[in-house]
Design a protein around this ligand. Structure first.
Ligand code: C2E
Ligand code: CA
Ligand code: CA
Ligand code: CA
Length: 282
């Protein structure tokens, strides 16, 4: 038994080492990638469920790796967070998103202006300079603050309340809106909804998945979140909308906005520009 235990330990240990080496490689690669401009944003449409119109996009980061092609964020954002590189990367994302938002405003002056949603990591929120950086990104691009939404996951709000509230209040003073991402998945106490200056709840895909069936229990969480949001005067965005049945039930629940493969996958800037140029895109 002792022998088996040691063998297992050695296997585990070598996996850990591989993990550390791999991580270091990724960190080096990420630094170089920033220098070489290898990041791009893709933009996933958000649809007003009442009017069926395109009203906004969520900016989603991609790494255009010279050998590996498009690398999804889950493969490098956790490492970037651990090592603090997320601050630099996040700054780039904010600037690139605001710039692209401004380009679309100028290109489509007759369309309803697109709302631009940007993800913030917990580490960024702990940065005292975050509000200044957001202000600079807005000012340099000329993107209007009221069209910018910053998405924060629920778990981040539970971390360090005093500093977090201060940072969020500073962001609100700029005129941007704040959304809670993946709402309902954290170990949360709902009291933070009153303490934090939140504007939008994004209902996690795991709850949206249960919609459209005959089982009332499966839609209970979404129903409850939408009704809570109405009471608190928050906007609701449903994530991971994949089926027409999802859309129908979300509409009957009066959820405000839908986002998911049913409407569109994340698109590069060119593809989204073409989409907006089509006369039949509402
Ligand atoms: P998220 O913020 O919850 O973003 C939604 C994710 O769900 C995206 O994955 C999107 O492509 C995917 N998705 C959208 N609609 C559907 C659908 O109908 N079905 C399914 N199965 N998936 C759908 P993506 O782009 O791989 O991003 C994953 C996560 O990486 C994001 O989750 C977010 O937490 C993080 N992320 C992405 N970009 C950034 C960024 O610029 N900064 C930070 N800090 N995190 C980012
Ligand atoms: Ca998000
Ligand atoms: Ca989400
Ligand atoms: Ca998520």
């Amino acid at each position: 038994a002792k022998e088996a235990g040691r063998a297992r330990y050695e296997v585990f240990d070598s996996l850990m080492r591989a993990g550390a080496v791999r991580r270091l490689e990724i960190v080096n690669d990420l630094h170089r990638a920033l220098e070489r401009d290898q990041f791009v944003l893709h933009f996933q449409p958000q649809i007003d469920l009442r009017t069926n119109t395109l009203i906004g996009v969520e900016a989603l980061l991609r790494w255009v790796h010279p050998d590996r092609g498009l690398v999804p964020p889950m493969e490098f954002i956790p490492v970037a967070e651990e090592t603090g590189l997320i601050n630099e990367l996040g700054r780039w994302v904010l600037r690139a998103a605001c710039q692209q938002g401004r380009v679309w405003l100028d290109r489509f002056p007759d369309r309803q202006p697109l709302v631009m949603s940007v993800n913030l990591s917990g580490r960024q929120l702990g940065q005292p300079r975050l509000a200044d950086e957001v202000a600079a990104a807005l000012e340099d691009s000329g993107f209007p603050p009221h069209l910018l939404v910053l998405e924060i996951t629920e778990s981040v709000l539970m971390n360090d309340t005093a500093t977090t509230i201060q940072t969020l209040e500073a962001l609100k003073l700029l005129g941007v809106r704040l959304a809670i991402d993946d709402f309902g998945t954290g170990y949360s106490s709902l009291t933070y909804l009153q303490r934090f200056p939140i504007d939008i709840l994004k209902i996690d895909k795991s709850f949206v998945d249960g919609l459209g069936g005959t089982n009332l229990e499966e839609s209970a969480v979404t129903r409850t979140i939408v009704s809570l949001a109405k009471t608190l005067r928050l906007e609701t965005v449903a994530e991971g909308v994949e089926r027409s049945e999802h859309v129908r039930e979300l509409q009957s629940l009066n959820c405000d906005i839908g986002q998911g493969y049913f409407f569109a996958r994340p698109l590069d800037a060119g593809a989204l520009t073409s989409l907006m140029s089509q006369p039949d895109t509402p």
